[in-house]
Design a protein around this ligand. Structure first.
Ligand code: SAM
Length: 237
């Protein structure tokens, strides 16, 4: 999979994709990430990427011309067919990212992410490019760089071969419409807190049943709305 990110702060990405599962996916060439400085597509001597808003009001708005030029260039250079690509602007106004969306995106060949700044981007960027808008949650960050990192991380762990044991992604929270079960490792007792007996029993069927029950019970208590979703599949592991 190829990921292109357009930003005015490319240095923010210098190290973030070098660690853990994403770092290994890059080394194994399952994933290649290119980060582009939006200023490379500006045409004025100040290399401006923003301007004041029509209609007045606080803050600045990202200009449409460099954004469209950058995205069109990046897409043309990729020579990947449009049907295999998602182009998305990171935006709190977008559709919230879900595990299902990350899974869909992980099956594509090309992801182009645009990080906004200031008050946001000129709306005509969306009109011209047809970009999707992806939110990472109902709160406002100062820029789209961290949301772009979140998207890359979420979908990389779903790439075939990115996780050494693919079962771990299959039992993760949200994969089956409920939260993950709780995990324990040694020691068996810590400050009088013992690991649930069944996990030490060696009885795989009983362990699977306990995990399934805990996953559902915890989901019911913490995120009951997830269980109202018809796509809930009970997973045994
Ligand atoms: C300060 S925010 C702009 C917020 C915008 N005025 C609004 O209220 O919807 C600047 C940029 O940060 C990014 N951003 C902020 N919060 C985000 C979120 N929850 N999800 C995705 N991107 C976000 C977007 O790229 C956005 O253009």
């Amino acid at each position: 999979m190829r990921v292109d990110i357009v930003t005015i702060f490319p240095d923010m990405f210098r190290e973030v994709f070098q660690f853990g599962i994403v770092g290994r996916a890059v080394k194994a060439e399952l994933l290649s990430v290119a980060v582009h400085d939006l200023r490379d597509w500006t045409t004025d001597k100040h290399r401006s990427t923003d301007d004041s808003p029509y209609g007045g009001g606080p803050g600045m708005v990202m200009k449409v011309e460099p954004l469209v030029a950058a995205v069109e260039d990046v897409i043309a250079r990729s020579s990947i067919e449009d049907a295999r690509r998602v182009l998305a602007l990171m935006s709190p106004r977008g559709v919230p990212l879900s595990q299902a969306r990350a899974s869909e995106m992980s099956k594509l060949d090309h992801i182009v992410l645009v990080a906004g700044r200031y008050e946001g981007v000129d709306e005509r960027f969306l009109d011209v490019t047809g970009a999707d808008e992806i939110s990472i949650g109902d709160y406002v960050l100062s820029g789209g760089e961290i949301p772009a990192m979140v998207v890359v991380d979420a979908l990389t762990r779903l790439l075939p071969g990115a996780i050494s044991d693919p079962r771990s992604a299959e039992v993760d929270s949200f994969s089956h419409g409920h939260l993950d079960f709780p995990h324990y490792t040694r020691p068996a007792v810590f400050r009088d807190l013992a690991v649930p007996e069944v996990l030490l029993s060696g009885n795989h069927a009983a362990v699977g049943e306990w995990r399934q029950e805990r996953a559902i019970a915890d989901t019911r208590r913490r995120r009951p709305e997830l269980l109202n979703n018809e796509s809930v599949h009970l997973s045994r592991s």
